[in-house]
Design a protein around this ligand. Structure first.
Ligand code: PLP
Length: 409
């Protein structure tokens, strides 16, 4: 049988003489503490090398059903349309906006960071008239500003980033959700860096559309964007006057593949869906609330260590994102030198600032499996050494000691 199976494949033993030799793929094993991707859970990697089946195979349908169920758990929603969009987080962002915004619609967009700005860009590409709420990068969008924008417009959509990965700010959603609905608008939320890494309850917050990414707190490779649309949002999609400008991201078409009819839309990325299912199984086994608390605790320990070294966090104390910790770069220290030392001497990746925050902050992700005591200690120790190399004055072991004290409380 095995022989027969083997003979189904074409295997060449001959190599064309004189070929250039391309080395085997051998990437370094990094500790990925940047803004994402985070490290992939070994269980997820194992799931990814499972044999491929077809995207219309009955076995795969079972995997799809499990994935939907587990995604509903992760988002805390009963929404029927809860699926992974094929594509990275930006595909989720486009799916959310392309489906709900029609040419001429007014859209209120929170613009307090790089990804809020991206929402603005995409909403205008949909033909939306954006009413941007600008805030300093690192601050959150104020509910008063949202109310003002809604009062002065006929906006049908409010789009906001829950976890602004570019600044480390965590956006409170409760009041904004109330306002959006009072004014008859849908609420779209970017949860790319928050899903399973901090408190998020889609149904309780009455979020109409919420999307995320596979490569952050879920510890999968990049490539999928979990998304959920409630009935109200889907009704809006179905009642559009114009076609969704993207055929690939038209949720009414994608839904036909993910619901009972299983009508082919595009070839699902099977191995990535295996990966996501496994990642979600891990979340489910741990329990969401426990997982949120773990992220919060490890982030607090990290912050204790940072502050003990005389450094400052960039985001305001009341609105800090546990999965992405933004540290202000002290004067006299060169951003790229520190990040190079971390990468070359310690195999640790941390992120630099984006846009207006370039050279001003480091972004340290403690996401999913990387949110743990050992990683916090290693990161602080490595950062201390990198800073000392730059001439920054810090008492040896101060950061690690503060974090260890916090953990032993
Ligand atoms: C908040 C936020 N939204 C959207 C995206 C875009 O996701 P991707 O880079 O996976 O397309 C990111 C990526 O880091 C993000 O952090």
């Amino acid at each position: 049988m095995t022989q027969l199976f083997k003979s189904c494949y074409y295997v060449s033993d001959d190599k064309v003489p004189g070929l250039k030799s391309y080395g085997e793929l051998n990437p370094p094993s990094r500790l990925l503490l940047g803004p994402g991707p985070s490290n992939v859970d070994p269980r997820v990697l194992k799931a990814m090398v499972s044999p491929l089946v077809g995207h219309l195979d009955p076995y795969f349908f079972e995997i799809m059903n499990d994935t939907v169920e587990l995604l509903r758990y992760a988002f805390k929603t009963n929404n029927k349309l809860t699926i992974p969009v094929s594509g990275t987080g930006s595909a989720g962002m486009e799916a959310a906006l392309y489906n709900t915004v029609e040419p001429g619609d007014e859209v209120v967009v929170g613009m307090n960071g790089y990804f809020g700005e991206r929402m603005n860009e995409i909403a205008s590409r949909c033909g939306g008239k954006v009413i941007g709420i600008k805030e300093d990068w690192g601050k959150v969008v104020r509910k008063e500003a949202v109310e003002d924008a809604l009062e002065k417009s006929k906006a049908k959509v409010v789009a906001i980033v829950h976890a602004e990965t570019s600044t480390g700010a965590l956006q409170p959603l409760h009041e904004i959700s109330k306002l959006a609905h009072e004014y008859g608008a849908l609420l779209l939320v970017d949860a790319v860096t928050s899903l399973t890494g901090c408190e998020l309850d889609v149904d309780a917050l009455q979020i109409d559309v919420c999307y995320s990414g596979s490569q952050k707190c879920l510890n999968c490779p990049p490539g999928l964007s979990p998304i959920t649309f409630n009935e109200k949002a889907m009704n809006k999609v179905l009642a559009r006057n114009t076609k969704v400008p993207s055929w690939y991201l038209d949720m009414s078409l994608i839904d036909k593949y993910w619901s009972e009819g299983r009508a082919y839309h595009h070839t699902a990325p099977i191995s990535m869906i295996y990966a996501l299912r496994e990642a979600l199984r891990i979340v489910y086994e741990e329990g969401l609330e426990k997982r949120w608390a773990r992220h919060k605790k490890n982030s607090q320990a990290f912050i204790e260590g940072i502050e003990a070294m005389g450094l400052k966090m960039h985001a305001e104390k009341e609105h800090r994102l546990p999965s992405l910790n933004s540290v202000a770069i002290p004067t006299g220290v060169t951003d790229t030198n520190v990040r190079s030392t971390l990468l070359n001497d310690f195999n640790i990746e941390v992120g630099g600032g984006l846009g207006a925050l370039r050279g001003k902050i480091w972004r340290v992700g403690l996401m999913g499996i990387n949110s743990n005591e050992k990683t916090v200690i290693i990161a602080l120790e490595a950062l201390e050494r990198a800073l000392r190399k730059e001439g920054y004055k810090v008492t040896a072991g101060e950061g690690v000691r503060a974090a260890a004290d916090f953990f032993s409380k």
